[in-house]
Design a protein around this ligand. Structure first.
Ligand code: C5P
Length: 230
C-alpha cells in the first residue's frame, strides 16, 4: 500500500477575521499548514503530499514546503473555488502509484499520528472510505427559520467527523467525478456515491482551528507537547 495525502489549504477563512488565508495563520511560530504537513508526514506511511494552495500563493507555499525537513515528497498545486474543487485538483496531481489517499484539512494542524495510522490501516484492511470521529458533548437542536426548536436530536447517535479521511484511490476518483458536487467533507461525497463509510476513533487534539478561541486551545496543546505547561 502506498499512501498519498491531499491537503486542501485554499480556503479564505472568513470566520477567523480578515487577513491572510486561514491555512497560513500562525500557531506557535509556524503556519497551520506547516504543522498539518508535518503531522501527516510524521506517519511514515505517507510518502507523497499534495497541497492545494490559494492560486496566487502557489510559489510562496512551494518555498515554505521546501523549507520543511521531511521525508515525504510535497507538491503544491493551485486550489479551486470550493473545498471539493481543491481536493479534485489535488487528486489530479497525485501519482497513480498512491493507492490509498488521505484527505486532511490544513485547519487541523495537531492531528496525532495514531489517528493518521488508524485511518490508513482501515483503508488497507479493505474499507473503501474511513472517517475519524469523536462523540458530541453538546446537546444538538434542530431549529427552524423562526428560531423555534423543531426537535432535539438523539446525541448518542451523532458523531463529529474529523480528518484525515481515508479512501481507496479509485473510490475517491469516482466520487469526485460527479458534476456540481460540493460537500463539507470528502466522505460526504463518497457516501452520496453509494459507498459504505467506516468510522474509527478520532481524537480531540485533531480539532479544527476555525475561530480565535480554537487558536488559543491549539497553542496550549503545542505548549503541553513541548513540555512547557505554563
Ligand atoms: O472553510 P472550511 O473550514 O470548511 O475549510 C476546510 C479546509 O478546506 C481548509 O483547510 C481550507 O483551506 C480548505 N479549502 C480549500 N479550498 C476552498 C475552500 C476551503 O482548499 N476553496
Amino acid at each position: 500500500m502506498t499512501v498519498g495525502c491531499i491537503i486542501p489549504a485554499a480556503g479564505r477563512g472568513e470566520r477567523m477575521g480578515r487577513g491572510q488565508p486561514k491555512a497560513l495563520r500562525t500557531l506557535a511560530g509556524a503556519s497551520l499548514l506547516e504543522h498539518a504537513v508535518r503531522a501527516m508526514a510524521a506517519s511514515r506511511q505517507v510518502v507523497h503530499i499534495v497541497v492545494a494552495a490559494p492560486p496566487d500563493q502557489v510559489a510562496s507555499t512551494g518555498s515554505l514546503m521546501g523549507s520543511l525537513r521531511i521525508d515525504a515528497r510535497v507538491d503544491v498545486v493551485a486550489g479551486g473555488e470550493t473545498r471539493t474543487d481543491s481536493v479534485r485538483l489535488g487528486m489530479a496531481a497525485m501519482p497513480e502509484t498512491c493507492t490509498t489517499i488521505l484527505v486532511h484539512d490544513a485547519a487541523r494542524p495537531l492531528v496525532p499520528i495514531d489517528v493518521v495510522d488508524r485511518v490508513a490501516a482501515a483503508v488497507e484492511d479493505g474499507a473503501p472510505a474511513v472517517v475519524p470521529v469523536v462523540p458530541i458533548s453538546d446537546t444538538v437542536k434542530q431549529v427552524d427559520e423562526a428560531g423555534q426548536v423543531v426537535r432535539t436530536v438523539d446525541r448518542s447517535e451523532l458523531r463529529a467527523a474529523q480528518t484525515p479521511q481515508g479512501f481507496s484511490a479509485d473510490v475517491l476518483r469516482n466520487a469526485l467525478a460527479g458534476e456540481d458536487l460540493d460537500a463539507t467533507d470528502d466522505a460526504g461525497l463518497v457516501e452520496r456515491a453509494g459507498y459504505p463509510v467506516l468510522v474509527v476513533p478520532g481524537d480531540q487534539e485533531a480539532m479544527k482551528v476555525t475561530r480565535p478561541l480554537d487558536l488559543l486551545v491549539a497553542e496550549a496543546i503545542v505548549r503541553r507537547r513541548s513540555g512547557r505547561v505554563h
